[in-house]
Ligand binder design. Structure first.
Ligand code: ATP
Ligand code: MG
Length: 567
């Protein structure tokens, strides 16, 4: 490709709307343009990168036994009613109607559609397992579309669905996908971790996320430096540790006047009791029932864990007025003693001695509270977010935290959909059985952005070779000089003939501008043709990820390029 023909509108300035590096660079380097919030056009350079990611994904899905199909984006309401998700999915679903007032969704995911398809066509266990996948746009009306391609409202996903006769079959399909995903991210040359993920209250019993490590990542990952334990922070198990005062005896319960003291910090100052010896009481509505959840004063409650423990499909924080009516006090003075509703207690709180908390009376707190003696828990459970320094659930190590971008997600669905949608086949004994399913997603467009988050410097993108839009860029310092022009075109032709993807910067621009653009768009290998080197029969080469360039004899150019890019 000649740069003079290539449509890559680069920008000198950092676009103000872009907060993270990948968003800034993909805009600046002319890869993407925003259409409306969370909706982008992919320009030619981006299209090439996406195609390479898709090719790798396709090869690995096919190798693992997947068969590619293309399902519709427009999905009728009826199939979503059948699974019960038309209302459950909520506002994240884009909905539309036709001229006959029938309702449809723009597919945010395809479990309903693929289950309907397979139920209609597959009747016998002999036709299983079946692994179907597609690569296609997905539509989700995200509350906060942001970070460019990271959280779009229209984005490209690979989604595969597995159908098996039983759990053992699902285990095999799941393992195949797990391995295929590892091969994919290895081939993409991204630094990633596979982490245990939350699989939600409904259905699934096992789930992993594939996280590309990056400081800008929206997900927090907990990992153990000593063993291979790694989990999404939402999922990471917390083992309790005795951290309370070294006072083994329970002291008598004591009610204290605490006028105007509402927060944990207020009580630290007012009563001199550290956060680690206080307990927070948080109030939630879970499927319409008001409940209380207790965590240590310095901890964060993990809403996902709570929701799973309650098996709630709908859960949100209660408002202060209702809480006051039911418990007799506002948010600043709540506590479990004398509370009439169900109280869920974090493991750590149950092990604490003589802690402080609200007294369910405004401006009063209790000190020396002890679980069991002063109140009864509905359940003692793991409710808090893991933090750095927690004990590893797998070994004696201490957990650490880092950030990641979720690029892939695999999920055992079991019979969640086949049961709701009555999708069944006949087993060897002629008995009807429900399909045992799994689903496996890869964010293709998000993976492109994640690759940039991991591969850039102050001058621009540094594409990993397997997904670079072009592998080589040839920059003649002055294209109007016949010697330079001829050599540039000759090398261009020879490399192209070898199947190497080359961009020739034939523009009538200053060398500095051309170098800047080459760095910005991140082409891995640059060949510069300039008068000085030419005098010695040489060209200059520079790897995008290294600082220094080096000279190569003209007649060794092809061999050198091949050895660098491994072709
Ligand atoms: P997230 O927690 O980031 O919202 P999710 O759990 O909703 O992700 P899945 O439904 O598992 O995501 O979708 C599969 C993959 O699709 C994700 O792992 C991610 O890579 C990608 N993805 C999901 N939502 C978006 C989005 N809004 N924009 C771009 N990619 C997305
Ligand atoms: Mg989501």
């Amino acid at each position: 490709m000649k740069a003079s023909h290539l449509f890559y509108p680069t920008l000198r300035e950092i676009p103000s709307e872009a907060e993270i590096v990948s968003h800034q660079l993909l805009l600046r380097a002319g890869f993407i343009r925003r259409n409306t919030a969370g909706v982008y056009t992919y320009l030619p350079l981006a299209r090439r990168v996406l195609r390479k990611i898709q090719d790798i994904v396709r090869e690995e899905m096919d190798r693992a036994g997947g068969q590619e199909i293309i399902m519709p984006i427009i999905q009728p309401r009826e199939i979503w009613d059948k699974s019960g998700r038309w209302s459950l999915y909520g506002d994240e679903m884009f909905k539309l109607g036709d001229r006959h007032k029938r309702e449809f969704a723009l597919g945010p995911t395809h479990e309903e559609l693929v289950t309907t398809l397979v139920d209609g066509e597959v009747h016998s266990y002999k036709e299983l397992p079946l692994l179907l996948y597609q690569i296609q746009n997905k539509y989700r009306d995200e509350i906060r579309p942001r970070f460019g391609l990271m959280r779009g409202r229209e984005f490209i996903m690979k989604d595969l669905y597995s159908f098996d006769v039983d759990e053992a079959g699902l285990d095999l399909s799941y393992q195949k996908m797990h391995d295929a995903y590892q091969r994919i991210y290895n081939r993409l040359k991204l630094d990633y971790r596979v982490v245990l993920a939350d699989s939600g209250a409904i259905g699934g019993n096992e789930s992993h996320e594939f996280m590309v490590l990056a400081a800008s990542g929206e997900s927090e990952i907990v990992y153990c430096p000593l063993c291979d334990y790694a989990a999404n922070v939402e999922k990471a198990e917390c083992s309790p540790e005795q951290t309370s005062r070294d006072v083994p005896e329970s002291r008598p319960l004591n009610k204290v006047h605490t006028p105007g003291q509402r927060t944990i910090n207020d009580i630290v100052d007012f009563l001199g009791i550290p956060k680690t010896e206080q307990v927070k009481t948080l109030m939630y509505y879970a499927d319409g029932e008001l409940i209380a959840a207790l965590v240590r004063g310095d901890r964060e409650l993990n809403e996902i864990k709570l929701k799973n423990i309650l098996s709630a499909s709908d859960m949100f924080m209660a408002d202060e007025n209702t809480v006051k009516e039911v418990c007799g006090a506002g948010f600043g003075s709540l506590g479990p003693v004398g509370m009439k509703i169900k109280v869920y207690v974090d493991l750590e709180v149950a092990a604490m001695k003589n802690f402080a908390c609200g007294a369910n009376e405004d401006d009063y707190h209790y000190t020396n509270v002890n679980a069991g003696r002063d109140f009864t828990a509905k359940a003692v459970v793991d409710l808090r977010n893991a933090v750095a320094g927690d004990k590893c659930p797998g070994c004696e190590g201490r957990l650490q935290i880092m950030r990641g971008i979720e690029v892939g997600h695999i999920f055992k669905l079991g019979t969640r959909y086949s049961e709701a949608m009555q999708a069944a086949f006949l087993d060897a004994r002629g008995q009807e059985q429900q399909f045992v399913m799994g689903c496996y997603g890869i964010g293709i467009s998000r993976t492109m952005a994640a690759a940039v988050e991991q591969n850039y410097d102050e001058n621009g993108i540094i594409w990993p070779l397997p997904i670079a839009p072009y592998q080589v860029i040839i920059v003649p310092v002055n294209f109007n000089q016949a010697v330079q022009k001829d050599l540039a075109e000759k090398i261009y032709q020879e490399l192209t003939d070898l199947g190497i993807e080359v961009l020739l910067d034939d523009r009538d621009e200053r060398a500095g501008v051309k170098f800047k653009d080459a760095d910005l768009i991140g082409i891995p290998l640059r060949i510069t043709i300039g008068p000085k080197a030419l005098q010695e029969n040489k060209v200059e080469m520079k790897k995008r990820w290294e600082k220094e360039s080096f000279l190569v004899n003209i007649d060794e150019t092809l061999a050198m390029v091949q050895s660098i890019i491994g072709k």
